[in-house]
Ligand binder design. Structure first.
Ligand code: PA5
Length: 338
């Protein structure tokens, strides 16, 4: 099976962090007469981006449940920033650097005088930010945004460290171990992909592993061109679960479980309930000694499952024509001024 850029993930992670500026906190900008001082205290981190870039926010949000991050992480997948921010750091992530929603959000942040850091391979985002002296972390390229995930995630983690949001340095290598362990499970991944044929996967995940569930759904959509649903518990256990008695055929329930997740006992009850309605779920256990290791293991392993599924379905995994068409129509119709 062709696992595209996955074998490069350890090196993508290691290389990308070398580009995070050492002097990030000493940057001071003057943008239209407004001083943006990167040494000032922040009270939130907004991570803005779409799709394969935006999922970095979900992953960081997961990790902060375990790391007890000093300020809230706000995940923004929109062309506008959330309202009424006080002193945020805005991390704008776009693999291509040409995603209109992300460029608009970064622009808005600068207009409001918020410190911004860009993470991209280049494109308009890099030009827009670079021309104003805003720090841009240029990361190595991959075959498509989602295959470059570690190059977008790892610099984000180092930025969090620099802004004293979380202490991550000692955990970075363990995340790479999680990737490497998953790379050794390609055969299991193919077996799991086989079980998903002719079904709509329903991915059950807890709040603290939401990013793994969302990333899996996105990879099913983009790599295998396959519909799926994510149900985040506890909320999903108060609505989605009512539909396990559905007469619609073809649902395949899967439950993602972390090694020490505090929601584990809740998930055990969930599994018992789903099973009692003759819809026995597939259990996916995230392996790893640290939160980052388990997260990276799950993301890598499940990503490979979706490539295996694409192979079984005879689908070309890299291209995502409808997304490209949407982006070009948005630009043609000048929906956004970027
Ligand atoms: O994985 C993909 O290709 C998409 O989800 C893209 O990440 C998404 O369209 C945003 O593009 P970019 O990551 O270049 O900002």
């Amino acid at each position: 099976m062709n696992i595209i850029d996955y074998p490069r993930w350890p090196s993508l992670a290691r290389e990308s962090i070398l580009n995070v500026p050492m002097d990030l906190r000493s940057i001071k900008l003057n943008i239209n007469g407004r001083i943006i001082d990167y040494s000032e205290e922040i009270d939130s981190v907004v991570i803005t981006g779409m799709g394969g870039s935006g999922v970095v926010g979900d992953i960081v949000n997961d990790l902060c449940w375990f790391w007890d991050c000093r300020v809230p992480i706000i995940v923004s997948k929109n062309m506008r920033l959330p309202r009424r921010l006080s002193k945020p750091l805005v991390i704008a992530i776009s693999y291509s650097g040409n995603t209109a929603e992300t460029i608009m959000s970064a622009n808005e942040a600068l207009t409001k005088g918020y410190p911004v850091v860009g993470i991209t391979t280049g494109g308009k985002l890099s030009t827009l930010l670079g021309n104003r002296g805003v720090p841009v972390i240029l990361v190595p390229k991959a075959s498509a945004p989602r295959y470059g995930l570690p190059a977008l995630l790892y610099p984000t983690l180092v930025i969090l460290e620099r802004f004293s949001v979380a202490s991550v340095t000692s955990e970075l290598e363990s995340g790479i171990s999680g990737i490497e362990r998953a790379l050794g499970h390609v055969d299991d991944a193919t077996e799991l992909a086989n079980q998903l044929l002719n079904s709509v996967p329903v991915v059950w995940v807890t709040e603290s592993r939401r990013g793994v569930g969302i990333r899996f759904k996105n990879d099913l959509n983009e790599n295998a061109k396959y519909y799926s649903v994510v149900s985040v518990v506890p909320e999903g256990a108060h609505n989605d679960i009512a539909a396990v008695i559905t007469k619609q055929g073809g649902l395949r329930h899967m439950v993602i479980m972390g090694p020490n997740d505090y929601e584990g006992l809740y998930e055990e009850v969930l599994i018992d309930v789903i099973s009692s309605f003759r819809a026995k779920p597939i259990i996916i256990k995230l392996e790893g000694k640290t939160p980052l290791e388990a997260e990276m293991y799950g993301i890598t392993y499940l990503g490979i499952v979706t490539l295996a599924l694409a192979g079984l379905l005879g689908v070309e995994p890299v291209s995502t024509e409808p997304i490209d068409r949407l982006k070009s129509l948005l630009s043609e119709r000048r929906i956004f001024q970027v």
